[in-house]
Design a protein around this ligand. Sequence first.
Ligand code: NAP
Length: 536
Amino acid sequence: MTSQNFDAVVIGAGFSGMYMLKSLRDTLGLKVRVYEAGETVGGTWYWNRYPGARCDSDSYIYCFTFDKQLLREWEWSERYPEQPEILRYLEYVAKRHDLKRDIQFNTRVTGGQFDETSNLWTVRTDKGDEVTARHLIAAVGSLSDTNMPQFKGLEKFKGQWYHTSRFPHTGVDFTGKRVGVVGTGATAVQAIPEIAQQAKQLVVFQRTANYCVPARNGKVAPEVVKARKADYAGVVKRIRESFFGQEHYFIPKSVLEVTPEEREREFDRMWDAGGFAFWLANYQDMFFSQQANDVCADYIKRKIRNTVKDPAVAERLIPKGHAYGTKRQPLDTNYYETFNKDNVLLVDAKTDGGIEEISESGIRAGGKEYPLDIIVFATGFDAMTGPLKALKLRGRGGRTLDQQWKDGPRSYLGISVAGFPNFFTITGPQSPSVLSNMPVSIEQHVEWISDCIDTMRKTGKTSIEAIPKAQDQWVAHVNEVVNATLMTGANSWYMGANIAGKPRAFLPYLGPEGVGGYRRKCDEVAAKGYEGFELA
Ligand code: NAP
């Protein structure tokens, strides 16, 4: 059992925890302890080792930008590197900045209590540590709390089963096996084509079809890499000021105003570019008008029908009931083509009452038994609020985040929660976070939190806390902005709709000026002496 006092405790050693440590320890000179449940750094990239796992943002911007030399030196092998390569990068960063000496691995935070007299947090871990810290920073990731639905009969299954977010480090050999994949979100869309190449038979259990667009992964031309490196200052400035933390910009027109020929040309251009272009650089009314959205969706539906040979399978793969782009965009590499393979079967796990049960030998759905050797659950996460609630923190008056968020998340700027002084959330609920290229939002929050702590120390303050009224206004603003879009209509994890009993509320923050406008708002709050916060 360790009992120590730190200036700050950081929970998690992924992108956000690593940079938070670097910033507090090396820039401010604080005594910092990081707790990490995994055996090394990496967070998302440590846990998610399923076949086909790779980033969905272009690698030249899916990285740290604080280390300018590394930015120039690091060579990514392709447009969207695979999980092992991203993990190697994070290991390299940890070594380069000597981060591991302040990270306690294989240690999960199990609780924390704010002391209203001393303004200190006491943090407990599953290894028996009980330490105090002035500042507590959650760097736990937005998508780290695994959603494993309680399927009836799972305990009876005689084969092997895995959740994609807790995949074995040794990998899984699917050769010659009958494999079932449950789910068709961004994870499954990456995994399915890979598993289909190995498995004797692959059965995909789809509850909701998704709109997938091609990733178009591959080597990046050396002259493009060179030009980007030469202009990294420009790249960083542009992504920081952009809407989504990417070099994507909406077409400043209505899709309904242009001729069918013009929009077809634009759609082809975005489709051929691959990646998030079709989602984040489409016509500006796509997220606002159902009629405009239908035109964009129709293009993808035509692509699905043209790619999938069996018309009945194609119809099953065509999304119904939600507008295009209102669920997270999966990027695919041969996803639709995979359903043309003889060894791949698509089961509609919704219309016939869903997955009924898991038996000793497979999955029963729609009154039919599908014999399986391996089941892969790609069923996602209790997003954003899940990993924070799991910390079991108690703020002022012993209140928990469960109590605070029983009707949905309430935060101030997605960084802070009223009643939880000196507690910061990196890419927390009601910040742009998952709607942006994550490293951009992570770096912004880390730098803001670091500046805030620095200011507190220089001005002799021992406590900072969001004022409830400022928080109420922020929550109202977050909801007002999103209510003007089509986003709230989908049963997405953005809305908390994937978790039984979770309140239906939009979890991240969408604009209205994207990450650029949000950054300006946060900077303005700081410039006005941390407006909306009480400093004591
Ligand atoms: P997800 O998007 O939540 O998808 C989960 C899938 O499981 C959905 O198809 C869902 O169906 C299905 N499902 C859940 N419970 C089920 C049940 N009881 N019965 C049948 N089906 C069930 O999760 P994910 O694919 O892991 O992706 C989560 C997020 O992680 C992504 O949206 C993305 O932000 C991130 N991600 C990022 C990358 C990357 O950047 N490289 C890659 C993968 C994932 P419904 O749609 O009907 O709920």
